[in-house]
Design a protein around this ligand. Structure first.
Ligand code: SF4
Ligand code: SF4
Length: 174
C-alpha cells in the first residue's frame, strides 16, 4: 500500500519536526519513575505493606490493563451449537485483575486485590525484564489517566522505594 503512494523521502526539515514533536511531548511528562534496580526492589518487597494500602483503593476494575499498550493477557472461550455439530474457539482479551484469569481447579490463585495489583505491577516492571529483557512499561501514563480511583504506578513504586520492607531478603522468583 505504501509503495502505491507517491511519497518522497523525509528531508532534514521533516526529521527535525519529528524530533521536535517527541521532545516537546517528553517535556510535558511531569512524572518520573526511578528504574535503577527496580527488578530487585520489587522482588525484594513482595510483602511490603504498601500492597495492602493500594489494595484498599484498587477496585480491580481492569481499566489499567485494558488501556496499557503492553498488556497482552487473553483467555479462551469454547462454544458449541445445540446439535453439537459445530464448535468454535475464541480468544478474548482478559486481564490479570479478573478472578477468572488465575482460576485453576479449586479456585483463583490470586483471590485478593492485593495479589492481583502486585501481580500486575511486578510483571510490568520486574518479571517482564526476565521474560523479554526490557521493562514492560513504556511510560505512557494511560493506566494513571484511566484509573477511576487515581492510582499512580509511579507513586506506588516510589512508596516502596522510600520505605523498603523488612522482608527485603525475599528470594528472587526462579
Ligand atoms: S504507564 Fe506503563 S503500565 Fe501504565 S499503561 Fe503505560 S505502559 Fe502500561
Ligand atoms: S484501573 Fe485502578 S482501580 Fe482499576 S484495576 Fe487498575 S489500579 Fe485498580
Amino acid at each position: 500500500m505504501l509503495q502505491a503512494l507517491s511519497l518522497q523521502p523525509a528531508g532534514a526539515l521533516e526529521e527535525a519536526a519529528a524530533i521536535a514533536v517527541t521532545d516537546r511531548t517528553a517535556a510535558q511528562m511531569g512524572r518520573r519513575l526511578e528504574t535503577a534496580g527496580i527488578k530487585e526492589l520489587l522482588y525484594g518487597n513482595l510483602e511490603h505493606p504498601r500492597w495492602d494500602e493500594v489494595a484498599q483503593r484498587c477496585l480491580t476494575c481492569a481499566n489499567c490493563t485494558m488501556v496499557c499498550p503492553t498488556c497482552f493477557c487473553s483467555t479462551i472461550e469454547d462454544t458449541t451449537d445445540l446439535t453439537g455439530d459445530h464448535a468454535e474457539r475464541w480468544r478474548k482479551w482478559d486481564s490479570c485483575f479478573t478472578m477468572d484469569h488465575s482460576y485453576v481447579v479449586g479456585g483463583s490463585v490470586r483471590a485478593s486485590a492485593k495479589s492481583r495489583y502486585r501481580q500486575w505491577l511486578t510483571h510490568k516492571l520486574a518479571t517482564w525484564i526476565d521474560q523479554f529483557g526490557s521493562s514492560g512499561c513504556t511510560g505512557c501514563g494511560r493506566c494513571i489517566t484511566w484509573c477511576p480511583v487515581g492510582i499512580d504506578i509511579t507513586e506506588e513504586v516510589r512508596a516502596i522505594r522510600e520505605t523498603p520492607s523488612a522482608t527485603s531478603e525475599t528470594p528472587l522468583p526462579s
